[in-house]
Design a protein around this ligand. Structure first.
Ligand code: GLU
Length: 491
């Protein structure tokens, strides 16, 4: 009986063990799944670096006194920062090179290069939301017959960037007008095309309006013939292998940049003052750059170096004040290359305002003093713009304008905000409520814009990488700056 019972128990135990074994078998992990591929964005985030390809051009990316700059650079830098990534910039030799690299296996993550989305590009790249409106423009040489319509392009020597949106436009035009002929070159940049028109090597070129705006000042003879087609919007692009995660991040960044004024600020920084010169101004400036500045450059350098200022900023002030003329005189009694008032000259120890060296010294000392006296809360680069405004209108009115900005809920430490207030200083309804009263604030806004424009131009012309470039060889550079200037490094 006992043995029978034991046998029964044994059997039950065996069955249970079998069941448990089978159950455990069933629970066993399935065969290991293949590892999940990281998304493009995850991969970039893991690597910690955003690789961006661009073109080396004043409208996109170049070196200035502080290193890398340019509209595209500044925008893409903000994007990288937002993602917590380091930015790595690569420059393409030409547009074909740019698109080839963008689509290659270990290529850059995105292209930020003043690119226009176009039908043929659609198949090869993904395109972001737009961030800058431009219009393609036909450029001709002053003194030649101005083309006014597409038909006028026939029979002309035309050159455009190879594989550019402009080349595509011309191809479409040629389909309708087979007599049209043009050349595409992958050996040049926009600046070179404009130079060739300027010097009469080609009759016409086609470039985007933003490129012309940044380059026009070096080429006194280039003129806009007409706009070819409608406004287009520039966009960033990624290769087709990108899975969309990066593009999604790009688009939300660009949308935000539009809303929070980042884009507006950058447009203001790079293009806000392009209308200041106009054609005549551009022509005159190009001449003065070659003929007048060389006489005073070393004085600007010396005065700037002693105060840790950028000589090109001082030179820009000097140009705005007197067009680099040491004997300039105004009706209001300001005189000399830096246009100092009698009082300022005395305070700065300037005995003879018409002596260019003394004038530059005095102007530099005055500007430096103003900049040092600005409230600590105003940071660079706004600090420089505020110093320029103060140089022009005096500290008291700047105090008024900053107060006004604050009352409007704007930021009194931000030049863009205070700049909006300045024109009010000449309107009674506003200036009557200020402490220091009437002032020609609108003129100050122009003054700052002009100086910034000249400063940008000087910066671009004297950038180290212009050495040996087409532009430098053309003679449109400042004598002396193609040799390495030791103090350049310290600025
Ligand atoms: N936007 C042009 C393109 O995408 C290049 C720049 C220019 O020529 O202005 O091809």
């Amino acid at each position: 009986m006992f043995a029978k019972h034991a046998l029964c128990l044994k059997r039950i135990a065996w069955i249970m063990a079998t069941v448990i074994f089978l159950l455990l078998q069933g629970c066993e992990e399935p065969e290991e799944a293949p590892p999940v591929q990281p998304t493009t964005l995850e991969r970039i985030q893991k690597e910690g670096v955003l690789r961006v390809i661009t073109r080396n051009s004043p409208a996109t990316y170049f070196q200035d006194r502080n290193g890398d700059t340019g509209f595209e650079y500044e925008l893409v830098k903000r994007f990288a920062t937002e993602l917590g990534l380091k930015l790595q910039i690569e420059t393409a030799d030409n547009l074909d090179d740019l698109f080839n690299r963008l689509n290659s296996k270990d290529g850059p993550d995105l292209a930020a290069a003043g690119l226009t989305p176009s039908p043929s590009r659609q198949d090869n790249v993904n395109t972001s939301h737009p961030y800058l409106d431009v219009v393609p423009q036909v450029i001709y040489r002053n003194g030649t017959r101005r083309p006014t319509k597409a038909d006028d392009l026939i029979g002309k020597r035309i050159m455009v960037l190879k594989s550019s949106s402009q080349a595509e436009q011309l191809a479409a035009l040629k389909a309708q007008k087979p007599e049209l002929s043009y050349e595409e070159s992958d050996q040049v940049e926009v600046a070179d095309l404009l130079k060739m028109v300027d010097e009469g090597q080609i009759d016409l070129t086609l470039v985007d309006s933003n490129e012309l705006a940044m380059n026009q000042v070096y080429y006194p003879n280039v003129r806009v013939a007409f706009d070819l087609g409608d406004t287009q919007s520039l966009a960033w692009m990624t290769g087709k292998q990108e899975d969309g995660t990066l593009m999604k991040a790009i688009n939300s960044f660009l949308d935000k940049a539009k809303q929070d004024n980042t884009l507006q600020q950058l447009k203001e920084r790079y293009y806000g003052h392009v209308d200041v010169l106009g054609y005549v101004g551009a022509y005159t400036f190009a001449q003065h750059l070659q003929q007048r500045l060389p006489l005073y450059e070393k004085h600007f350098r010396k005065a700037a170096q002693q105060r840790n200022l950028d000589w090109r900023l001082l030179a820009a002030i000097g140009y705005q004040e007197s067009l680099w003329q040491p004997d300039a005189t105004s009706k209001t009694g300001v005189r000399g290359l830096m246009m100092l008032t009698n009082d300022t000259a005395q305070a700065m120890g300037v005995a003879n305002r018409l002596d260019p060296l003394q004038s530059i010294e005095g102007g530099a000392r005055y500007f430096n003093q103003i900049r040092n006296q600005l409230p600590e809360s105003i940071k660079e680069p706004d600090r420089t713009w505020f110093a320029l405004a103060t140089y022009n209108i005096g500290a008291a009115h700047i105090i008024d304008a900053r107060k006004m900005a604050e009352a409007e809920g704007l930021n009194p430490n931000r030049w863009l905000d205070v700049k909006r207030m300045l024109p009010r200083l000449s309107q009674k309804q506003w200036y009557s409520k200020t402490r220091y009263g009437y002032a020609r604030g609108g003129e100050t806004v122009h003054f700052v814009q002009n100086v910034r424009r000249y400063y940008d131009i000087l910066t671009w012309v004297t950038q180290p990488q212009m050495e040996g470039s087409q532009l430098a060889k053309s003679g449109m550079h400042l004598p002396g700056v193609t040799e390495k200037q030791p103090e350049e490094q310290e600025l």
